[in-house]
Write a protein that binds this ligand. Sequence first.
Ligand SMILES: [Zn+2]
Length: 388
Amino acid sequence: MTTRAIRAARLFDGTRTTKNPVVYVSDRTVVRVTHDEPVAPDVDVLDLGAVTLLPGLVDAHTHLVFDASTDAVGRLQAVSDDELLRGARVAATRALQTGITTVRDLGDRGYVARRLRAELDAAPHTGPHVLAAGPPLTSPRGHCWWLGGEVEGVDAIRASIAAHAARGVDVVKVLATGGEITPGTRPFLMQFTPAELAVAADEAHRHGLPAAAHAHSAEAVAAAVDAGFDTIEHASFLTPDGAAADDAVIAKVAAAGTVVSATLGYLPGQPVNPRSAALSATLTAIFTRQRRAGVRMIVTSDAGIDPSKPHDVLPYAAEMFLLFGDEPETALRAVTSDAAAAIGVGATKGRVAAGYDADLLAVTGDPTTDITALREVQAVFRAGVRVR
Ligand SMILES: [Zn+2]
């Protein structure tokens, strides 16, 4: 297989930053990274000039079946699974064009994201690598019940997870609390008992699958940690009156090493959910508190749910991470190597190093000092092929 070389001014390889890299790619894989070394005359060189090369971004919480319209839920309920699949292809393309080369879909209907994964595995240059949860497990008429994942009692939980595994999902998603987008549910109320959550996490692990818990309340976050979930989605510590950090629960999350997936990022100029807007300063303080307590945190988007969250919003989410007192390089890790590790693909995604998939992003400027440079996309490579 022919080896090609990509030159850039700077490389953030997922862990650290270096100058004048040469990244050698053979077929779909990075085979070598050197610095300040001449390239052999028989090797094709692509010199990208004054750009920073990074791993393709990893969005570990997205919804490809939501179209980011003002009525994403209503539209989803009105169309067929085949129509959802067509929309998911569009969403996946939009993500790839901004440099998101891996997405973890945390809730679809009819295993649409799993179907898309199969398509993109066969034609990787047309979209990101997809990991899919299928319909998330929820209580009867609970949060996102219209996605088809209603279960009641431990036997139904086990049977549902077995059925998901048989469909080839990559992760099991459980809605431990209600959510904002489902009338009749409350984000600060539990939908399952702690014992049921423990059964769900155990059953997922028994099938060799990681488990992700959607948890907005302190009680649900604590129960998800005790149950052994691998990631906690949102961890926003919502209460009936707003939101309030619970330091004992935060200490428990930190001690367990459970990864919090902070769903952040809003496209400027779009209306933001009024409740989120009103809580924004409080939520920033709560996430800051989690970081100071040593909670492992990755940055994700929840893309698709409304117009402020299109499927390419992740760079804006990375910017918000700086509000919690972290440096730009930490924010970059939170959308590359740390995110890949958190979702079980850390051996092939999220880094630029020998043996890793050649999923790359090149941006103008230096995102390691100015994170907004992530928006200045110059080139995207997926599985070794330049797609932008
Ligand atoms: Zn979500």
